[in-house]
Design a protein around this ligand. Structure first.
Ligand SMILES: Nc1nc2c(ncn2[C@@H]2O[C@H](COP(=O)(O)OP(=O)(O)OP(=O)(O)O)[C@@H](O)[C@H]2O)c(=O)[nH]1
Ligand SMILES: [Mg+2]
Length: 326
C-alpha cells in the first residue's frame, strides 16, 4: 500500500534533574556543593531518506519518544544527554506540527527537529554564592516537548516514467539509479510508485519516478495507473517508454499520449522524450518515428543508449529550469 498521509504523536525526552550533593572527603568535614547538572533530553527529528518510499511503517507505529537526559551526579558530574530519536521518511514528505506547516523535505538527509528535548536542571553547585556556600537548591529537568505531527507524502521527482505494463520502466530505473524496484515478466508488476536518484556527471543528479503501467481506459479508472498519474503531475519531464518489439510503436505512443491527455491535459504540455526499450531483442528495422520530440533507443540489459538518454533528460531539465526562472 502506498501511504500518503499519517498522523503521529511525538514526545521529546525530558531533561535530567540537577543533583543535590556535597563534597565528602577525608579531612574536609564540610565540603562544598558538587551536584552536577542534568543532561538534556533527546530531540525528535524527522529525516528524509531516499531509500524509503512510503509512510507505511509510520502507520503501524504511531507514537515516538526520545530518551530522557540522565540526572546530574555528585562530584560535579553532568548527566548524559538523552539520545535523539530520528524518524525516517521518504523524500517529498511535508511536515505539519499541531496543524502548522514546519517543513518540506525535498532532499535526501534533510532534517527537521519536530520536538525539542527538555533542558537539564542545574545542580546545586551552580547555586553557590559568596553568602550561601552550601546551597540546597537544585532544578528539575524541563519536560520534553509533545506534539502531534502530520506527514504527507507528495512524490517529488524531476522525471516521470510512463508506459504500458511490461514496457521496461522499472528495469530502466534499476539500471540508472540505486533504486531496487520489483521487475518481472508480467503486467502490473509495479503496484506502487518508487523514486530513484540518478547520478549525472560529477556532482549533478536528478530524480526519476516509476509508476504502475497504464492501460487503455486508464483515465476512466481501468487498471492501476490512474491513481498514480497525479503523482507525475509535479514532474518536469516525462519519459514515454514503448517496447520497440511492438508492431507499431507509433500507435502505442499516440494512444498513451491520448490517455494522459484525457486524464489531465497539463501532462501533455510537459516536455517529453520517447524511449524505445529492449532494442537488444528487436530485429533491426527502418526508423518509423516521425515525432517532434527527442527519441532515444535503449536496452537496459546491454546498456545501449543509456548515456544518451541521461544526456537528453538533462538537457530537457535544463530547459525547464530556464523557463521557471523567467
Ligand atoms: N531483453 C530485455 N528485456 C528487458 C529490458 N528491459 C526490461 N526487460 C524485461 O521486460 C520485463 C518487464 O520489465 P519491467 O521493468 O518489470 O516492466 P515495467 O514497465 O516496470 O512493468 P509494470 O511494472 O508491470 O508496468 C522484465 O521481464 C524485464 O526483464 C531490456 O532492455 N531488454
Ligand atoms: Mg514496473
Amino acid at each position: 500500500m502506498f501511504i500518503v498521509y499519517v498522523k503521529i504523536k511525538v514526545k521529546a525526552g525530558d531533561g535530567g534533574n540537577g543533583c543535590l550533593s556535597f563534597r565528602r572527603e577525608k579531612y574536609v568535614p564540610l565540603g562544598g556543593p558538587d551536584g552536577g547538572d542534568g543532561g538534556k533530553g533527546g530531540d525528535i527529528i524527522i529525516e528524509a531518506d531516499s531509500n524509503i518510499n512510503t509512510l507505511i511503517d509510520l502507520r503501524y507505529h504511531k507514537s515516538y519518544k526520545a530518551e530522557r537526559g540522565k540526572h546530574g551526579e555528585g562530584n560535579n558530574k553532568t548527566g548524559r544527554s538523552g539520545k535523539d530519536r530520528v524518524i525516517k521518511v521518504p523524500v517529498g514528505t511535508i511536515i505539519k506540527k499541531n496543524g502548522i506547516l514546519i517543513g518540506d523535505l525535498t532532499e535526501d538527509c534533510q532534517r527537521v527537529v519536530v520536538a525539542i528535548g527538555g533542558r537539564g536542571g542545574k545542580g546545586n553547585a551552580r547555586f553557590a554564592t559568596s553568602t550561601n556556600r552550601a546551597p540546597r537548591k537544585f532544578e528539575k529537568g524541563q519536560k520534553g516537548e509533545e506534539a502531534f505531527i502530520e506527514l504527507e507524502l507528495k512524490i517529488l521527482a524531476d522525471v516521470g516514467l510512463v508506459g504500458y505494463p511490461n514496457a521496461g520502466k522499472s528495469t530502466l530505473l534499476s539500471v540508472i539509479s540505486a533504486a531496487k524496484p520489483k521487475i518481472a515478466d508480467y503486467p502490473f508488476t509495479t503496484i506502487e510508485p518508487m523514486v530513484g536518484i540518478v547520478k549525472y556527471r560529477d556532482y549533478k543528479s536528478f530524480s526519476v519516478a516509476d509508476i504502475p503501467g497504464l492501460i487503455e481506459g486508464a483515465h476512466k479508472g481501468k487498471g492501476l495507473g490512474i491513481k498514480f498519474l497525479k503523482h507525475i503531475e509535479r514532474t518536469k519531464v516525462l519519459l514515454f517508454l514503448i517496447e520497440s518489439i511492438k508492431k507499431n510503436p507509433y500507435s502505442e505512443y499516440s494512444s498513451l499520449l491520448k490517455e494522459l491527455e484525457l486524464f489531465n491535459n497539463k501532462l501533455v504540455k510537459k516536455p517529453r522524450i520517447l524511449v524505445l526499450t529492449k532494442v537488444d531483442i528487436t530485429p533491426f528495422r527502418k526508423k518509423i518515428f516521425d515525432v517532434d520530440i527527442p527519441v532515444v533507443e535503449i536496452s537496459s540489459v546491454t546498456g545501449k543508449g543509456l548515456k544518451k538518454l541521461k544526456d537528453t533528460i538533462w538537457s530537457e531539465l535544463v530547459k525547464t529550469k530556464g523557463k521557471e526562472e523567467k
